[in-house]
Write a protein that binds this ligand. Structure first.
Ligand SMILES: C[S@@+](CC[C@H](N)C(=O)[O-])C[C@H]1O[C@@H](n2cnc3c(N)ncnc32)[C@H](O)[C@@H]1O
Length: 409
């Protein structure tokens, strides 16, 4: 690392390439002329460092990015309020970039009729420019990338060529400039019910990722939910979190927490890669009617395969591992190539520390369904635990490709 790279790494936690840093410094030297980079660095002030940081951050965000995360958060929040109507739900978005993420949460809650007085959203970003933009609530077209733009009609007014979010929503979010790595926990320990920390850890090295997760762990209440970026889930699993069974939400909860029954497991979306049809299950031969029982009582119908799978997921979510395992096996008896059942068996075995078995099941899962995102993430994590960084990187990259493909389709 050059001295400039180290300085920016210390200030932000970001692992930045030399070319990015050199370009940013060249740009700043146009405003603050210096003989060379060393001379520029020697005269560094806090204000100049802030201006330099602005040039290296990636404030890419848009409304309803990974919409399932907001849906999962909404279900969780509703259940919290149903259990205790006086509970003040505390939500944190860090980093919030230009405010797209916390405002999306506010829109989802408003559209669902959650009373405004029941929740509070805090939002932080290291970049003062981002925080200013977020506070202004004015957005160009690029912030609206989802297909359904009904939310824009409901919550935005026009501002020239741009769109301005309603004042009511602006008041629901408290924006502040802040560096996650330097968060003063103070009164905030265990403070938040829901945390969004998405698409930040991908820019951190391993040590910084660990430090950031420790902060988030401290900020999150024991039974709270955390939402990560798709490529960040494996890192959270490595440091004390466990994935929420909610497709495409990339939610996690603390491993130490009791499972949160509030967010119901839902069936995975149908696999997007064409697969063989499962082998037909021969229908049982009709039994001869008993002569003394002319009106036979029909046996209760066997549960449908999809019900068994949903039940297996539910049991795994509740931590009833033996039952989840048995139900997955029952499901496999009906659908022998169910990738999802193998995935659940992998989870059950990992949770009971049978890592080799877990790995075998997940490998079977991705053999049957090569685009099974969660299995790829778990295998990546396992490879990291097994000190096989090459395999871990390849699996993470594959998971990322799957994700991108699924988002695109
Ligand atoms: C790619 S955006 C993610 C925004 C949003 N969470 C999302 O997923 O759409 C990354 C943001 O992280 C911010 N950032 C970088 N380092 C940070 C740090 N140490 N603490 C807080 N924010 C940081 C950047 O300013 C940038 O706005």
């Amino acid at each position: 690392m050059t001295p400039a790279q180290s300085m920016l790494h210390e200030a932000t936690g970001l692992t930045l390439s030399r070319s990015v840093v050199d370009r940013a410094i060249r740009h700043r030297m146009e405003h603050n002329p210096a003989a060379n980079q060393d001379a520029y660095l020697d005269r560094m002030t806090p204000e100049e460092l802030t201006a330099l940081v602005e040039l290296v951050v990636v404030p890419e965000s848009w409304f309803y990015r990974d919409p399932q995360a907001f849906q999962a958060a909404l279900e969780f929040i509703r259940a919290r309020l149903a259990a205790d109507a006086n509970h003040m739900v505390r939500i944190l978005s860090v980093p919030c970039a230009g405010g797209e993420e916390p405002y999306t949460m506010a829109m989802v809650l408003a559209d669902a009729g959650v009373p405004r007085a029941s929740y509070i959203i805090d939002a932080f970003d290291i970049s003062p420019g981002c925080v200013e933009r977020a506070k202004s609530g004015i957005y160009g077209r690029n912030a609206f990338r989802s297909q359904d733009l009904g939310f824009r009609d409901r919550h935005f007014g026009s501002d020239g060529d741009d769109y301005r979010i309603s004042d009511a929503l602006r008041q629901q979010v408290r924006f502040k400039q802040g560096n996650l790595l330097e968060f003063d926990l103070g009164a905030r320990t265990g403070h938040y019910d829901v945390i969004f920390c998405r698409n930040l850890l991908i820019y951190f090295d391993k040590a910084t990722t660990k430090a950031a997760i420790a902060k988030l762990d401290a900020l999150l209440g024991e039974s709270g939910l955390l939402f990560a970026g798709y490529a960040e889930v494996p890192s959270f699993c490595q440091y004390g979190f466990t994935p929420l069974q909610y497709p495409q939400a990339f939610g996690l909860r603390k491993e130490s927490a009791r499972p949160a029954p509030a967010v119901k497991p839902v069936a995975r979306a149908a696999p997007r890669i064409a697969r063989r049809a499962p082998p037909a299950i021969p229908a049982p031969a009709p039994k001869p009617a008993h002569r003394l029982a002319p009106v036979p009582v029909p046996a209760p119908p066997a549960p449908a395969a999809t019900d068994l799978l949903a039940e297996a997921r539910r049991l795994a979510d509740l931590g009833q591992l033996k039952e989840a395992e048995n139900t997955s096996r029952d499901h496999l008896a009906q659908s022998p190539d169910s990738a999802e059942a193998y995935f659940i068996l992998g989870l059950v075995n990992e949770l009971t520390n049978k890592r080799q078995l877990a790995e075998d099941y997940w490998k079977r899962c991705i053999y049957l369904q090569p685009d099974h995102y969660e299995a790829l993430c778990h295998l990546a994590l396992l490879a990291e635990t097994n000190n096989d960084p090459g395999a871990a990187t390849a699996l993470k990259a594959r998971a990322a490709r799957v994700y991108k493909r699924q988002q695109g389709s």
